[in-house]
Each structure stands twice: as structure tokens, then as C-alpha cells.
Design a protein around this ligand. Structure first.
Ligand SMILES: [Zn+2]
Ligand SMILES: [Zn+2]
Length: 284
């Protein structure tokens, strides 16, 4: 049974496989009503998704983004919801994040080549197309060249955080991204936080910076993980929300949009809060 909310999905504007319109069609078909498009470091897909959404009565597109940020020894992804793609200051910040991705992607390819794994950076960029380039595109190039069978193998063997070809990117701190999202009038929500070290300290810092929500109901989290995170959200006064993080690249077992145990009550609380945001004209 699908939830009527999904606050975390990806399209071809980053590393998802479906175009923004196809993604909206899929989510609407799954019965998702409140649907955030949150491509990595880009709002390029939002306009197309909004046009597609208008064709589905009962589907509401929430314009968003997922920002990649770093702390010592870990990556933190920050969802920004209810952000306007016409906001120049926001676009400047996202461009800074994307530049970091290009440098890092190229760095990973060079490291792989140094290990005798001869994929081409040009090919990775072609695979990414108009999307902001990410590790899944490198993984696809590795599959295509026959070095691994599937995308997840590439992460396990080489390009995951502890892999031999991993490269860190130019840093932006999570607190900086929270402040950017809040200053631009949106809602900041920490993404897939289950494996972060010292979660309580991180949540305390980011709540002080203005973060309002936390991804508790995430694609494949076990019930005990959801419960642990729900309690952490409660301790820090964060709205417990969630998303499928649908990309369409992780195989047949990947949960579809809305396929998360996100309760209606959590959606209602989030919407109620969103109606108090500076960007509340984007809330429906
Ligand atoms: Zn993420
Ligand atoms: Zn994501």
C-alpha cells in the first residue's frame, strides 16, 4: 500500500532514469499526491515535472532539490523542499555544488584509469547528458565497458565512500546548505540519516541552523531503524517525513515512488508547517 506522500525522488535532471514527466506519471499512477522532485544539486527538471503534474488531478508537485554536503568522514545529503527554481541566489549555490561534482567525477575516472580500469570521462559526461554528473553515471560507464555487471557492484568495488577510487568533492557543510534553503524560503530536511556517526550532535547543530524535518520513512529502512529515527526526530523537534529516493537504477527490488510507510498524519503535519514558510505560495 503506497503512501500518498513521497518527498524524495530523482529524474534525468540528475541520475534518475525517468524524465521528470515520466517520473510524475509513475508517481501519480502509484497514487502519490504530494510528490517532491529532488534532483541532485539541480532544479532543472522542475518545470517539466510541473507541466506533467498539471495533467494529473490530485497530484501535487513539490519543487525541491537534494544538496550534497560533507562533514569529516561522511557525506550528508540535504533535501530542500518548496524552493523556487527562479531564485538566482539558489541557482548560484547549486552551480557551486555542481562544479564540485564535475571536478570530483573526473577525479574518480582518473583514479580508475590509474588502476587500469580504462573508462573515458567524455563517455561519463555523455551518459549524464543534461543531468548533473554523479557516481551512478560512472557506474553505468563501468557496466557498459564490462568491468562490472551492475551499478551496485561498481559502488561496492571501487567508487563507494570507502572504495579505492573514491574522491571527495569540494566541501560545503550541511549547516551552510540548511541556511541557504531557509534563506531562500524553503524547508530543509536531512536525507537518509540512519548510518551517520553521532546523529544527535548533527541534528542538534542543523536544527539550530534552521532545519525543520528529517527523513525517517526511507525506502528500505527496517521498522526498528524507522523507530530509532522517529524517536530522534521527536527529541530534536523535527518533522518526521520520508521518501523513496526513487532513481530507477537499482533493479527490480527498488521501491517505487510512494512505496514507503509514511503515515498520513506525518504528511499533514509537514504541510501545516509548510504553510508558514516564506515560500508558502508554493504549497498546495
Ligand atoms: Zn541522497
Ligand atoms: Zn536522493
Amino acid at each position: 500500500m503506497a503512501s500518498k506522500g513521497d518527498f524524495h525522488t530523482h529524474s534525468t535532471a540528475s541520475d534518475g532514469v525517468l524524465s521528470p514527466a515520466e517520473l510524475v506519471d509513475l508517481a501519480a499512477g502509484q497514487g502519490v499526491k504530494y510528490h517532491a522532485l529532488t534532483d541532485h544539486d539541480s532544479t532543472e527538471g522542475v518545470a517539466e515535472a510541473q507541466r506533467a503534474s498539471a495533467k494529473h488531478p490530485g497530484h501535487i508537485l513539490i519543487p525541491g532539490v537534494e544538496m550534497g554536503t560533507d562533514i569529516e568522514g561522511a557525506e550528508i545529503h540535504m533535501l530542500g523542499l518548496y524552493l523556487s527554481q527562479d531564485d538566482a541566489a539558489l541557482q548560484e549555490m547549486l552551480a557551486r555544488l555542481r562544479d564540485g561534482r564535475v571536478g570530483r567525477g573526473n577525479g574518480i575516472v582518473q583514479k580508475l584509469r590509474g588502476m587500469g580500469i580504462m573508462i573515458e570521462w567524455e563517455r561519463v559526461q555523455q551518459i549524464a547528458g543534461d543531468a548533473s554528473v554523479g557516481r551512478p553515471h560512472i557506474a553505468q560507464a563501468l557496466v557498459e565497458a564490462g568491468y562490472v555487471e551492475k551499478v551496485s557492484d561498481a559502488f561496492d568495488r571501487w567508487i563507494g565512500r570507502n572504495g579505492p577510487a573514491y574522491v571527495e568533492r569540494d566541501k560545503m557543510t550541511p549547516a551552510e546548505s540548511v541556511r541557504c534553503i531557509v534563506e531562500r524560503g524553503g524547508l530543509a530536511c536531512i536525507a537518509h540519516p540512519a548510518d551517520l556517526p553521532d546523529l544527535d550532535a548533527i541534528l542538534a547543530e542543523l536544527t539550530t541552523a534552521g532545519m525543520a524535518a528529517m527523513e525517517v520513512f526511507y525506502k528500505d529502512y527496517l521498522p526498528e531503524t524507522v523507530e530509532r529515527l522517529r524517536l530522534a526526530a521527536e527529541r530534536h523537534g523535527l518533522l518526521p517525513i520520508g521518501g523513496s529516493d526513487y532513481h530507477g537504477i537499482f533493479g527490480a527490488r527498488e521501491p517505487l515512488p510512494g512505496n514507503i510507510p509514511l503515515p498520513d498524519e506525518a504528511i499533514e503535519r509537514m504541510l501545516e508547517f509548510a504553510r508558514t514558510l516564506p515560500n508558502r505560495e508554493l504549497v498546495r
